[in-house]
Design a protein around this ligand. Structure first.
Ligand code: SAH
Length: 363
């Protein structure tokens, strides 16, 4: 089988060329061809010898997922559905803003965590994405959006691992892909601008701290274990106290580092002043920011979004308690590209029907 060079971070790439008896600098050279100049075949790599190009053609490939659907939103957000080799499909979302452009990237085909308010959960879980399938989303998005108008401008300035899947349950491939996002020979995105969002995989948070310097977001959504057990079932395995302790370890010794806590606003479920006060108390002592996410509805969700007034009231209580709080603007909801609306198409349908039954039992 051919080696997909998109699966290799810098170290792997150097080892790959060493095994071909080539100089280590070939790694950077080929990475620049792939990531800076958008080469998809070896013929184009004119500063490699003919012999090396020929060997690469035989042994290696630069293989990307296939774009099957392009949905532009009225607000400039764009969602693409990508088909993988095995027939699974995933989604990625491009979110332009005046001062930055964010790509929301998927890490798994489907998701196993079954959060009560997330439509990806209803798809069931199929498999982890490879490094190539993760970094391939940036490669494709860069090509689809077009080159920057000004030199030195980045087409994608920020990446959030907030698409389909739980990134910390696909740890090695996600870390490798993020290394490529930050590598100057690939995307060169600054450290803080690459964010992993997790539903709270505690050992994954500790491993992340050892592996790479990225921003961390945690899907908290409730101030008590009783409520979080229902909304984010993973809480039964890693309850809030353990999760927050891991967040404090993540910040310890790193100047200015804060964890962003995501909190989805569900009407009548987690949005009262009492919830806000409990949240304030809970986060005392943890370097935190809060991101309030208006709930994005999908067919059969069983939840409603809190009203704008209720969200403001909640935010004001947090801010009066000196917690940095931002209400996330809903983007791309007309094309089902907003948080919790990414579905793709997962091969394993059995699991999906099991999940329906499971959800009915909870309800
Ligand atoms: N598995 C990771 C990545 C998903 S990120 C995680 O749980 O963090 C997407 C964010 O959107 C998470 O905070 C998730 O809880 C939130 N979300 C999921 N469904 C949503 C919905 N329907 N409306 C608003 N936010 C939602």
């Amino acid at each position: 089988m051919k080696t997909n060079l998109l699966d290799l971070n810098r170290r792997d790439m150097e080892a790959y060329f060493a095994a071909l008896d080539e100089k280590p600098f070939r790694a950077a050279q080929v990475m620049k061809w792939i990531y800076h100049r958008g080469a998809s075949d070896f013929e184009a790599m004119s500063d490699l010898s003919k012999v090396l190009r020929e060997r690469l053609r035989e042994q290696a490939e630069i293989r990307l997922p296939e774009v099957v659907l392009d949905s532009p939103s009225k607000d400039g957000t764009r969602k693409w559905m990508l088909r993988l080799d095995d027939g699974n499909s995933i989604e990625m979302v491009y979110i332009p803003e005046p001062d930055r452009a964010t790509l929301c990237v998927s890490s798994q085909a489907g998701c196993a965590l079954n959060c009560a308010f997330c439509s990806t959960a209803q798809q069931g879980y199929n498999r982890n994405l490879s490094t190539a399938e993760i970094i391939g989303q940036l490669v494709l998005a860069t090509r689809l959006i077009g080159l920057p108008k000004n030199r030195g401008e980045r087409v994608i300035s920020n990446v959030v691992m907030m698409g389909m899947g739980e990134p910390l349950l696909n740890f090695d491939n996600v870390v490798k892909a993020m290394e490529l996002m930050q590598d100057d020979n690939a995307f060169g995105i600054s450290r803080r601008r690459v964010t992993v969002s997790t539903a709270g995989v505690v050992p994954g948070i500790d491993a992340l701290r050892e592996a790479i310097d990225v921003s961390l977001a945690v899907s908290l959504h409730a101030p008590s274990d009783a409520l979080r057990d229902v909304l984010v079932p993973l809480n039964k395995k890693y309850p809030i106290a353990e999760l927050l302790a891991a967040c404090r370890r993540y910040c310890a010794g790193v100047p200015h580092r804060r964890v962003t806590f995501e909190y989805v606003m569900l009407d009548g479920v987690n949005d009262t002043p009492a919830h806000a006060r409990a949240l304030l108390k809970l986060l005392r002592g943890t370097p935190a920011k809060i991101n309030l996410i208006p709930f994005n509805d999908f067919p059969g969700s069983g939840y409603r979004c809190s009203s704008a007034q209720v969200i403001d009231r909640f935010r004001n209580i947090l801010m009066e308690g000196n917690l940095i709080t931002v209400t996330r603007k809903t983007r791309g909801d007309d094309i089902a590209a907003a948080c919790g609306q990414l579905v793709g198409e997962v091969q394993d349908r059995t699991r999906r029907s099991e999940k329906r039954i499971h959800l009915q039992r909870i309800a």
